[in-house]
Design a protein around this ligand. Structure first.
Ligand SMILES: NC(=O)c1ccc[n+]([C@@H]2O[C@H](COP(=O)([O-])OP(=O)(O)OC[C@H]3O[C@@H](n4cnc5c(N)ncnc54)[C@H](OP(=O)(O)O)[C@@H]3O)[C@@H](O)[C@H]2O)c1
Length: 302
């Protein structure tokens, strides 16, 4: 990247106060990068900075709420100071969350909140740090999407749609920024053990009285069992490190890599078979939903 050596790369990470972002911040700093870890939880940032200092890592922290224009402007000014007006070489757009619920019953306000963080937040932060990269004709933007940006899981329609948006916007940015020497890469995590799951499930109680109440209780239990087999965030930190390090990063990194199998299966399965497996997995059969006798739609009767 321009005249700097890879050991001097300055990497800014959003949502670095927990989970994938925090693990990635420490991992990249251990690999010799100058990391600027950002987040909105100042206590968590202070703990992270202390942990990095104890290991003599080059890691600064800056407060950044990706949904606030003021916060973004302040972060750009802080980064300008910290980097002696250089800006960042690599931007990792990681901040994000999902709220689980029946797509037609999630409120507009909750849907907007997810888009504000996962889509508009990501784009606002990108716009803010892009000018310095473009001026230098070098840079990398790494967007943390999801396997759920490639196919949709039951009850994750709203969240998955934000990641479909991230996939599409990243593809466009990749075409549009290539001539300026800026690489755009998507990271597509499968299930990773972080706070993601507890955040996703925290609002499901709101649907207890809906037609999906019983089904969601089973999904909640399944999700907790699945969390035990989820991969550790370091798997994603390594995928991000690869996208930072290699000369020509790929457009997409699926991690853990065995999830390529899932994408392959999805591509060869007829839609009706895939839909059936999703309905089974999401406890969405008439029986799961307590539809019996006359309440079963006639189109579904044998
Ligand atoms: N874990 C998975 O299974 C999984 C799978 C696929 C994709 N992902 C993606 O991976 C990324 C990281 O998630 P995670 O698994 O590490 O979850 P996590 O442990 O919940 O961490 C999410 C991070 O994002 C931050 N964040 C949320 N809203 C923010 C905002 N407005 N401004 C700044 N930071 C904000 C959180 O900060 P606060 O503590 O302040 O909320 C936290 O630091 C997300 O984009 C998620 O969609 C995760």
């Amino acid at each position: 990247m321009s005249s700097k050596t890879s050991t001097q790369q300055i990497v800014l990470i959003t949502g670095a106060t927990a989970g994938i972002g925090r693990t990635t911040a420490l991992y990249l700093a251990k690999q010799g990068r100058h990391v600027i870890a950002t987040g909105r939880n100042t206590a968590a940032l202070a703990t992270l900075r202390a942990e990095a200092e104890a290991s003599s890592l080059k890691l600064d922290t800056v407060e950044l709420d990706v949904t606030s224009a003021d916060s973004i402007a302040r972060a750009v000014a802080s980064v300008d100071q910290l980097t002696n007006h250089h800006g960042v070489d690599v931007l990792v757009n990681n901040a994000g969350y999902g709220a689980l619920g029946p797509s037609a019953e999630i409120t507009d306000a909750e849907m907007r909140r997810q888009y504000d963080t996962n889509v508009f937040g990501l784009m606002s932060v990108t716009r803010a740090f892009l000018p310095a990269m473009r001026a230098r004709r070098a840079g990398r933007i790494i967007n943390v999407s999801s396997l759920g940006g490639r196919f949709t899981l039951p009850y994750f329609g709203v969240y998955n749609s934000t990641k479909y948006a991230v996939e599409s916007l990243s593809d466009a940015l990749r075409y549009e920024l290539h001539a300026f020497g800026i690489f755009v890469t998507l990271i597509e995590p499968g299930a990773i053990r972080t706070n993601f799951e507890s955040t996703a499930l925290s609002g499901v109680g709101a649907f207890d009285q809906s037609a999906y109440g019983e089904s969601l209780k089973k999904v909640d239990a399944l999700s907790k069992r699945m969390d035990r087999v989820a991969a550790e965030p370091i798997v994603i930190a390594r995928a991000i490190e690869r996208a930072v390090r290699v000369r020509r990063p790929a457009a997409r990194y699926v991690a853990p890599r065995m999830n390529h199998m899932v994408l392959m299966l999805k591509s060869v399965m007829p839609t009706c078979a895939f839909d059936w497996s999703m309905r089974k997995m999401g406890y969405l059969t008439p029986k799961d939903l307590g539809l019996t006798g006359k309440s079963v739609p006639s189109a579904l009767k044998a």
